[in-house]
Design a protein around this ligand. Structure first.
Ligand code: ZN
Length: 135
């Protein structure tokens, strides 16, 4: 069985300060900001910038315990994750697990857009955090 990942839905970039990051990506690089929200339960503030067929998700951690804050603390700001669209997220998660890929989430959960998401453990994907999002 081959789990099917679809198109890159978005690229997540961890930043120290969302407003400063928007000045660069929405200002200097002129990528239009299409949405912005605070996800308290996930410990992040996010801004979505439109980039042709994909989206850039800027993430600022809220508080030192946030996973994004820890990432920035350890590695500095930069690319944090890649998100791929999948058709049938629970099935894809099951197939990935069966093929030996470690997942962070045991079950999909609602993501920033309300669509179901789940994360693959970066230890299984050469240090790259991979997010799956239901199509
Ligand atoms: Zn994401």
């Amino acid at each position: 069985m081959h789990p099917k990942l679809g198109a890159v839905h978005h690229i997540g970039i961890a930043v120290r300060n969302l407003e400063e990051a928007k000045k660069i990506f929405a200002g200097s690089l002129a990528l239009p900001c299409v949405d912005e929200k605070t996800l308290s339960e996930r410990g992040v503030k996010v801004a979505f910038l439109s980039a042709g067929n994909t989206t850039i998700e800027l993430l600022e951690g809220i508080g030192p315990e946030s996973a994004v804050s820890k990432f920035v603390e350890q590695r500095g700001p930069g690319i944090h994750h890649l998100c791929f669209e999948v058709d049938g997220i629970e099935r894809v998660m099951k197939e990935l697990t069966e093929s030996g890929v470690r997942l962070i989430d045991e079950k999909p959960r609602p993501g920033a857009e309300g669509r179901l998401v789940a994360f693959v453990h970066p230890k299984s994907t050469l240090g790259v955090l991979v997010e799956l999002i239901e199509k």
